[in-house]
Design a protein around this ligand. Structure first.
Ligand SMILES: NC(=O)c1ccc[n+]([C@@H]2O[C@H](COP(=O)([O-])OP(=O)(O)OC[C@H]3O[C@@H](n4cnc5c(N)ncnc54)[C@H](OP(=O)(O)O)[C@@H]3O)[C@@H](O)[C@H]2O)c1
Length: 344
């Protein structure tokens, strides 16, 4: 049954620098949502917390339009269909992957909702992790952009995060030597002991740069989630013909003045390449990737870890965790009932 009121979080003010208490506004408003033809009313169960969300708050040209002031904050999520409008194939009770935003309820066009067919060995929440956009980013970034080969020495930054932790494991499946970079000793231990990377470095260690040079030397492939000074350093570590996959640049997302790259001329001397990509360009191939990822999940070759923050009101705090390294694995916020409860 629909409640009398529901809660949503809207963009109140564009942040300058870090997101703060004024960035979002919580609104509890009378429930007046009704699906039209080919629309569904959904109750949000989980929302995905993604590093790219900070970039959606910037009023600049990008791969996706910015969130407007007063709009519900955009977010992917899992939701249950409560009511389906006329001409809908979805029905009440269906669980869908969709973009409900930071709202307890939403009316969405049916064509933007994907009914979940959960493969054996997986769970619904995996559609926000390895079987969702995060997994597709790791898969296509590593295979299609990075062109990973057996025997490559691959470095992954942001390695203990949602995307990075999957990239590390996919690369091991492909027979690469995997060097992970993360921001704490605990994360490094998880990466080596649980995920099986060959070496993990804490980039916050005072001896990180010299340790890396001594133990690793030069590299064939860099999957970069971080950008900034780490990318600049890796530009000095390239083997001839090395590839850099520019997946993200989280170290610069809160800054109006991104760090410049002084070491870029190594791309010339080493005949190397640096290529950015946006996962949405591979949408027509998600099905094939999802099938392979599901097989690796079922066989135990691919592990995933979810970190669940409780309550929609804590979504802004959760988002901040990504920029301070407060998460390990995929960060999500549980908004409502546990129909799609994670196996943690
Ligand atoms: N190109 C695409 O289509 C695409 C699609 C999805 C995501 N992405 C990108 O992929 C990256 C990862 O996103 P995600 O959602 O999976 O987040 P995530 O990796 O789960 O979380 C972000 C991690 O980044 C690390 N970090 C934060 N600030 C840092 C800094 N200044 N220096 C070094 N590390 C820092 C933190 O870990 P530590 O403790 O290790 O610092 C944090 O846990 C982001 O850059 C995102 O924009 C790109």
């Amino acid at each position: 049954m629909a409640p009398a009121h529901y809660t949503r979080l809207v963009l109140q003010e564009r942040p300058k620098g870090d997101i703060d208490a004024n960035t979002f506004r919580r609104e509890t408003i009378p429930f007046d949502l009704k699906p039209g033809s080919c629309q569904v009313l959904v109750r949000t169960e989980y929302v995905s917390i993604d590093a790219a969300m900070r970039s959606w708050l910037r009023d600049v040209r990008s791969y996706i339009p910015p969130v407007q002031i007063g709009d519900v904050m955009r977010a992917d999520g899992l939701a249950t269909v409560i009511e389906a409008g006329v001409d809908c194939k979805l029905k009440p009770g269906d669980i869908v992957r969709c973009t409900p935003g930071w709202a307890e309820y939403a009316v969405l066009d049916e064509k933007t909702c994907q009914a979940l067919k959960v493969p054996p060995g997986a769970e619904p929440l995996d559609f926000l992790g390895p079987l969702g956009i995060t997994g597709m980013t790791a898969y296509f970034g590593l295979h299609d952009v990075g062109k990973i080969k057996p025997g490559d020495t691959l470095v992954v930054s942001g390695a203990a995060g949602a995307t990075g932790s999957l990239v590390c494991q996919l690369a091991k499946i492909h027979g690469a030597k995997v060097v992970a970079i993360a921001g704490s000793e605990d994360k490094c231990k998880w990466l080596t002991d649980e995920l099986g990377v060959d070496v993990a470095f804490n980039y916050k260690s005072r001896t990180f740069y010299s340790d890396f040079k001594k133990r690793i030397g030069y590299i064939d492939l860099f999957f970069d989630n971080v950008g900034g000074s780490l990318l600049n350093f890796m530009l000095t570590r390239l083997n001839k013909g090395a590839r850099i996959v520019l997946c993200g640049a989280i170290s610069d997302y809160n800054s109006d003045k991104p760090t410049g790259l002084s070491a870029y001329s190594n791309l010339i001397s080493q005949r190397a390449s640096l290529q950015g990509f946006i996962v949405f360009d591979y949408a027509s191939r998600y099905r094939e990737a999802r099938q392979e990822m599901a097989e690796w999940l079922a066989s135990g070759k691919l592990k995933r870890r979810f970190q669940v923050v409780e309550g929609l009101e804590n979504a802004p705090k959760a988002l901040l965790m990504l920029y301070s390294g407060g998460n390990t694995g995929k960060l999500v916020v549980r908004v409502s009932s546990p129909r799609t409860q994670a196996k943690l």
